[in-house]
Design a binder for this molecule. Structure first.
Ligand code: FHN
Length: 575
């Protein structure tokens, strides 16, 4: 039973509501208990469980801006002059749009739900709304994209939901305008705008529902006082809907939404990572696309943390999803077709995700997804208060699992390992979800692990962003610098002169900002550069002629925003 803690009365009402067959009875009970439905009560536990069981969804950011290949909403009035941006709809004619094709791509990817931008911050609506002329009905294309897409989803058994921006830099009544909400409208009326928002939300749920989700975003200017009534309206219109936490400023909705990163392990409040398959939310020609390995591992690390993954594509101006993105999604689906049993309908843990990999659980099964093995020796997992009664690998391959009171040793011969994630299914003698979650101390062989680190700048001087966070083998932590920092260095003192022959620097994909850097070793009192480059990125590695040094530093000469490093590892020369 999902509880969000909080007021016991709510729990009682919720559990009473949950035991009734329809949420209408629940609504009745809630009224009798004098609790305003939708104000304080989140989604019913049953609704949340169905939403969690889906685990993997398609996010779609689309609109006339795809004609320009720039970022939706944000390029209005910055990269593209406002008037030019706002006139794009007049030439928007995606004649190759085929809702059944899009939905079949989502299905082939193993996705179970689909969320599309009904309206982004630029105000353009992908359905013929009664409340504006700035919508798909006024384009040469003219067709109701949301209708076709929601019908296709229903036909193919995929849940349909909408992303609806709370802020609206186009609408005259919303106080802020482009670029990026940094300008003020001349004669705004926020109360009138909120009524407009409610009218359009009502259209979405009434005409294209039932929706899986109302995915709100960027609630500039909207606090709980104005936002809660909208959330309550959504729940009244459709009690079995999920709402994310971006409908208004402050804690809200049924689940959290870490963006462009895998969220932290959390079983107490539902959450969903939203992430782009490329770098931009809307379509961009030749945008950098994530590898198959990164896409699948991101999904596994997300579900291993007990989260959902909402994975974004930006369709092209002709209405197609870019073929290379389709291929990537189909690769994900092919992998999930073999190993999805440990993804759908599971919960995260008990072994918490990290560099080692991730685990999920369902009934008396634990699914291990091992992504990195130690160079020598088995993977060591922490002990659990349950007995492992069986272990197996897909295809009957052989794994060696030995459980003691100290640890669980997992060994799989090289030839049986999957380069993306090796799947081992453990059977235990109790409901696996009842096992206390535990972190896996995955130790790399880095000679910098736990050593002394200093840096020229630390984000707001916070302990949690010190350079030591890049020496802890923990992908959840990182060294970060203040926003606006364009040059910085971090230095590691290995404690004594050591011989090194390679290093790995992990600059997170979502924070890839370094544009020029040097690697230097201290020779006496002089820093000598032994490598220089322009980009680093995720898990960048360098092999070099072995050198013996004690102090090494990464000197960032140019970054387009405050640089951040998740891991800085140095290794002895390989034998
Ligand atoms: O500004 C938007 C952005 O364009 C995109 O829609 C993401 C998706 O989660 N949300 C906002 C940035 O947080």
């Amino acid at each position: 039973m999902f509880g969000f803690g909080g007021n016991p009365m709510h729990e009682r009402v919720r559990s009473m509501a949950f035991s009734f067959k329809t949420s209408l009875f629940g609504l009745l009970i809630a009224c009798m208990a004098n609790v305003a439905w939708g104000d304080d009560l989140g989604a019913l536990p049953e609704t949340i469980k169905k939403w969690q069981d889906m685990r993997f969804g398609m996010f779609i950011h689309w609109g006339p801006v795809s004609l320009k290949g720039t970022e939706i909403g944000w390029s209005r009035g910055s990269v593209i002059p406002e008037k030019e941006y706002d006139a794009l709809y007049k030439e928007f004619n995606p004649v190759l749009f085929n809702a059944d094709e899009w939905v079949s791509v989502a299905k082939a990817a193993g996705m179970k739900y689909l969320i599309i931008t009904s309206k982004h911050h630029d105000g353009f609506c992908l359905w013929p709304s009664k409340y504006t002329d700035y919508d798909i009905g006024e384009t040469p294309f003219g067709r109701d994209v949301l209708k076709e897409l929601s019908d296709a989803c229903r036909k193919q058994g995929i849940r349909f939901g909408t992303y609806h921006s709370v802020c609206d830099w186009y609408h005259p009544d919303f106080p802020l305008g482009s670029p990026g909400g940094k300008t003020k409208k001349t004669n705004p009326n926020l109360d009138r705008y909120m009524k407009h928002l409610e009218n359009q939300v009502t259209e979405l749920i009434t005409n294209y529902g039932p929706l899986s989700t109302m995915w709100f975003d960027v609630p500039q200017e909207v606090g709980p006082e104005r936002g809660k009534p909208v959330e309550a309206l959504v729940r009244r219109l459709q009690p079995d809907i999920t709402i994310n936490n971006r409908g208004y400023q402050g804690p809200s909705g049924d689940y959290d939404t870490p963006e462009q990163r895998v969220g932290a392990f959390n079983r107490d409040r539902p959450w969903e990572t939203c992430m782009t398959i490329c770098r931009q939310w809307a379509w961009k020609p030749n945008d950098t696309m994530k590898s198959k390995e990164e896409c699948i591992q991101t999904l596994l690390l997300t579900v291993g943390g007990d989260g959902n993954l909402l994975f974004n594509v930006g369709p092209m101006p002709d209405g197609r999803i870019e073929p290379r993105q389709v291929d990537r999604l189909k690769e994900m689906g092919a992998w999930l077709a073999k190993h999805g049993n440990g993804v759908y309908g599971t919960r995260g843990g008990p072994f918490q995700p990290g560099r080692w990999g991730a685990s999920t659980c369902k009934e008396n099964k634990i699914f291990l997804y091992v992504m990195n093995w130690l160079k020598d020796g088995p993977l060591l997992l922490p002990p659990i208060d349950a007995k492992i009664i069986d272990d197996e690998m897909p295809g009957g391959l052989d794994a060696e699992v030995v459980q003691t009171t100290e640890n669980i040793s997992v060994h799989v011969p090289n030839e049986n390992r999957d380069p993306i994630a090796t799947v081992i299914e453990l059977t235990v003698d109790c409901p696996a979800f009842d096992i206390e979650p535990a972190a896996v101390l995955y130790r790399s062989d880095s000679l910098a692990f736990g050593k002394k680190a200093t840096a020229s700048n630390v984000f707001q001087k916070m302990e949690t962003y010190q350079p030591a966070m890049a020496l802890d083998d923990n992908p959840e932590t990182r060294w970060a610098t203040d926003s606006g920092t364009s040059e910085a260095w971090m230095e590691v003192d290995l404690g004594e002169p050591l011989r090194i022959g390679s290093l790995m620097i992990d600059e997170p994909a979502e924070y890839k900002r370094i544009q020029a850097f040097e690697l230097q070793a201290l020779d006496g009192t002089t820093w000598k550069t032994f490598h220089s480059g322009t980009t680093i990125g995720p898990e960048w590695s360098l092999h070099f002629t072995p050198i013996t040094i004690q102090r090494i530093r990464l000197r960032i000469l140019k970054a387009n925003e405050g640089p951040t490093i998740r891991e800085f590892q140095v290794f002895a020369p390989s034998q």
